[in-house]
Design a protein around this ligand. Sequence first.
Ligand code: SAH
Length: 390
Amino acid sequence: MAKYFLRKKIGDRVVSGHPWIFGNELGDNEGTAEAGDIVEVYSYNGSFVGKGYINPASQIRIRLLTRDKNEVIDDQFFYKRIKDAWDYRKQIGYEENCRLIFGEADQLPALIIDKFNDYFVIQTLALGIDKWKGAIVDALNKLFSPKGIYERNDVPVRTLEGMEQIKGFLSEPFDTNIIIHENGLKFHVDIENGQKTGYFLDQQDNRRAIQHIVKGASVLEVFCYTGTFSMHAAKYGAKKVLGLDISENAVATARRNAELNGFEDICKFEAVNAFDILKQWVTDGRRYDVVILDPPAFTKSRENIQNAVKGYKEINLRGMKLTKPGGFLVTASCTNLVSPELFLETIGMAAKDAKRTLRQVAWLTQSADHPILWNVPSTQYLKFLIVQVL
Ligand code: SAH
């Protein structure tokens, strides 16, 4: 196995537990490795750091899988890691649906596995983990005897690793339109053509957090995707709910979800561009008791953080103006590069411009099946805030 040595003058990130090693942090090496191979990493003075997979084509040159010199990276290794992750999910109360593997937080960098009851959706986002796809599928088969496994590797980040974007079955073909249960509600999930892995499990706990504020309320859910918050609002007693999304497909599924749960009289959906319509409705003087905003990530690159902040400020400003005095704003951000502090600061700026006072009800993050590893700050990405808008 090839050995790679870290440079002397690098930060303490790697030593203190972060699994990524960038190209400019590496000095000498002994032996050579092919893209995707497992290599050993040592500090400049020869002490063992860990083992991981390498990709010379990627800025993140090595991602560590273990810091134990004696641990062998083989099929059994992946079985054990996945089993550990499953045991952890069960321990903290997730069984039917959960993010079973959340990459770095489960010590399986660049691997995502979502479990929708008996169905599994996989993303292998780096070459070194993609090579183990067979072992990962075998482990899922052994642990769960799934009804189906599907790969949603149709994601642009794979091109940074020199891989193609693909999707398809990793099991016998099955009907990829499934129904899942969440908080006593039912949802259609389109594994093949839905966004990301088909469903946003990271908000599954936060959807319950709106329980008390929506009773008897008129609710506007903006960026509603398949209407998950809308359905929860109806379940918790909202009088009227309107969901908006730019995607016709998402809105069609949201309507089917309303029918599935018997809420078609309460929940209505429209396919519109939120940025245009919110502006118009503010001018028209529309008002709601509760406004929910869960936009997509606004940027993936540092150069665009200021634009992302501008976007958050704009929609939150409009969201506040659409909220009746004493009503509630539920607002989220999944942009990894926008820190919790920056998000709160941005909401504060919007409140100032809207000349409204905020009273905080809840300040949350992603559900716990997407664990936050303190040594890897980027594992915390979701910001979720509920405020009363006075
Ligand atoms: N709250 C949802 C997830 C929302 S994801 C859930 O928990 O399931 C963000 C959504 O915003 C996507 O469905 C996307 O189609 C939608 N979107 C993106 N740009 C938009 C725009 N300009 N106007 C309205 N919706 C938009």
